[in-house]
Design a protein around this ligand. Sequence first.
Ligand code: BG6
Ligand code: MG
Length: 217
Amino acid sequence: MKNIKACLFDLDGVIVDTAKYHYIAWKELANELGFDFTLEDNEKLKGVSRMTSLDILLSIGGIELDEDKKLELATKKNDNYLQYILKMGPEEILPGTKEFLEVLRKEHIKIALGSASKNAMLILERLELTGYFDAIVDGTHVAKAKPDPEVFLQGAEKLGVAPTECVVFEDAEAGVEAALAGGMKCVGIGSSEVLGKAHLVVDGLHKMSIQKLGLLD
Ligand code: BG6
Ligand code: MG
């Protein structure tokens, strides 16, 4: 590997499928507020911060609330979501993740997390993956959410590498845009219809290899 010195990973949807738990918790909140929240609606929340997710949900229900009430509802949703997160274990790590992280380690490629979630540390602990990461940047560290590149730029800085030496793994369109805006290479995890701007799109980390990473070098 000539230029690639680090890989930065989004968490939700790349390393673990938390979207199903977000969905249950948001749906419960919507139902309490008197409207339905579909799986299709849930797609709009991928990669989006907690408060922006709430704004999207409220706009679906046609509800306007003041900031205090919104904070109260976001906290309520998160408390509900945490019940599911706290039951998670390493068996929920998405296929190929550990194997790919091991390969990167062997190749001396640095590893960072770049997530919008404020629960990222807790989730990594539950999955027993914390030790793999040389740097962790999450929703508690950044002022600007994806598609702003802040989360990934902070990651590169913490690792001591240039953005051009980084490859980002992302499942959300906003995340791909963030990586590109930061001057990084990006591997989309999911469908090329949604993630077409990425340099490479694969179904999941189980489809990654050092050879494929080399194509971006
Ligand atoms: C992102 C998820 O990783 O984190 C979003 O894709 C979520 O769906 C966001 O809204 C914030 O998560 P949290 O855990 O801080 O509520
Ligand atoms: Mg994601």
